[in-house]
Design a protein around this ligand. Structure first.
Ligand SMILES: Nc1ncnc2c1ncn2[C@@H]1O[C@H](COP(=O)(O)OP(=O)(O)O)[C@@H](O)[C@H]1O
Ligand SMILES: [Mg+2]
Length: 455
């Protein structure tokens, strides 16, 4: 929109006033010649009306193909490692090339259709100018006008045509921008849910779910009838098959989504009624995918608490078992981590994100498969870091590892978005068949190794 707002808009006002002024002056100087300038104006209006409809359709297609190609290109770049690993290069390249060809097609067509109306308009306007010259010549010969008037009108006529062609050009680009504006508007007019925050904030940190129901798409429930209390200073583990809704449950606590029914509360306060900044202070989420910003390690940790001192940052890094590694870098805490933390390993990034969470010191901690993507050495360090993070907090651990949940105060077994069983490890072993299966499968996986000729 920048081009349109910065240039086309002021240009439109300037350009639109010029032909009107010229016409007034021309009418005063020699009205017969001036009217001849307008001879083809109705025809021009008709042509523009038809073409602009055509142009509108064309630019919509052009816009769509541009969006598709950009998305395709982004996806292609982001998935290059996977594409290489599975030798799908030709497939994926073909898809991208198709999108590019599509874009090229509509770009070329829209340029042709863009230049056509401007060209046609030029011809019709100049025909008007020609008519004015012919009429002027007749008037001159019959002595009804002077040479000065004749030449004045011709000069004014040229300026008149140029201004109108420019106006047509601006109008046509305006249609293109209308499409962009519609895309932007669809986001700007999206209404945030009307939440009415209350004053005050919790002084204890039990986390409670009451009859929570949530679905991403209508009639496809992801969580149903969730009733759950996580007492403060206790550890609750959620375990369950992939897709059973564990991560969704965690995200509801952060208010990434609002449940369609039921209520989630912290310390008796419905999270819907807590102001955004209070809720953000109450809950920390440590996720399997860590997002770091392309700035220094120190700044990435400081995100947990604005204005924290360097000393505080080193202290939490020690607790998160990442200080040794940071100190070993030539630039130490001033090392820039690269885009999305690309210069660090998964385990290192995870420990930096835990340091950030320790610094934030939120009373409710959610760990969503925090160690799923790391090697055993890193896993050990991360476990130590997590111990430091979760001391005396309301902790919700999402995991698929039985070993992590054995010591939890309570274990929730989630299946197809419903609580299938709830209790301690021993209780679940005694009562839940699904839990027994999970334990057996895990034991089997742990015994399984690369034996006999596999390497
Ligand atoms: N952003 C989303 N939009 C639509 N469906 C989603 C979204 N995130 C997850 N789902 C669906 O919700 C279900 C639960 O997903 P998730 O909570 O990630 O499960 P889990 O963490 O237990 O593996 C799955 O069927 C998944 O496909
Ligand atoms: Mg998950």
């Amino acid at each position: 929109m920048e081009l349109q707002l910065a240039h086309a808009l002021p240009d439109t006002f300037a350009t639109a006033s010029v032909p009107v002024l010229i016409l007034i002056v021309a009418l005063i100087i020699e009205w017969k010649m001036a009217l001849a300038l307008l001879l083809f104006l109705p025809l021009i209006a008709l042509v523009m009306l038809v073409l602009s409809k055509w142009w509108r359709n064309m630019t919509a297609k052009y816009s769509r193909s541009l969006v598709a190609m950009s998305a395709g290109l982004m996806e292609f770049i982001a998935t290059i490692p996977a594409i290489k690993a599975f030798s799908k290069e030709e497939n994926r390249t073909a898809v991208l090339e198709e999108q590019m060809a599509e874009y090229q097609h509509w770009a070329t067509r829209s340029i042709i259709i863009f230049t056509a109306p401007v060209g046609i308009m030029g011809i019709l306007l100049e025909s008007g100018l020609t008519a004015a010259i012919i009429i002027g010549a007749l008037l001159l010969m019959s002595g009804q006008t002077g040479v000065e008037q004749f030449f004045m009108i011709i000069i004014l006529g040229v300026a008149f045509c140029a201004a109108l062609v420019k106006l047509a050009f601006i109008g046509a680009t305006g249609i293109t921008y209308k499409n962009s504006l519609q895309n932007i508007n669809s986001i700007l007019t999206e209404k945030p849910p009307a939440l009415k925050p209350v004053s005050g904030q919790p002084d204890h940190y039990d986390l409670e779910f009451k009859n929570v129901y949530f679905s991403y798409q209508e009639d496809v429930p992801v969580l149903q009838n969730i009733n759950l209390t996580l007492p403060q200073k206790s550890l609750t583990a959620i375990i369950g098959p992939s897709g059973s809704g564990k991560s969704t449950l965690a995200q509801l606590v952060m208010r990434f989504w609002l449940p369609q029914q039921g209520q989630i509360s912290i310390g008796g306060y419905d999270i819907k009624k807590l102001p955004e900044e209070i809720l953000a202070k109450l809950v920390s989420l440590v996720h399997q995918n860590v997002y770091l910003f392309n700035t220094t390690i120190a700044e990435n940790i400081r995100l947990g608490k604005q204005g924290a001192s360097d000393q505080a940052i080193i202290e939490v890094a020690k607790k998160a078992r990442i200080d040794d590694f940071i100190q070993s870098l030539p630039m130490g805490y001033q090392t820039t981590v690269g885009e999305r933390g690309g210069l660090l390993s998964g385990g290192q990034k995870q420990r930096i994100s835990i340091a950030r969470a320790i610094l934030k010191d939120a009373p409710v901690i959610i760990l969503d498969e925090a160690t799923a993507a790391v090697d055993p050495y890193n896993e050990m360090l991360i476990h130590q870091a997590i111990q430091n993070l979760t001391k005396d907090k309301t902790v919700l651990v999402i995991t698929h590892r039985i070993s992590t949940v054995i010591n939890a105060d309570q274990i929730i077994l989630l299946d197809h978005g419903k609580i299938d069983a709830q209790g301690t490890h021993q209780q679940l072993l005694a009562t839940s068949q699904l839990y027994q299966e999970l334990v057996q499968n895990q034991a089997y996986v742990e015994q399984w190794g690369l034996k006999g000729g596999a390497c």
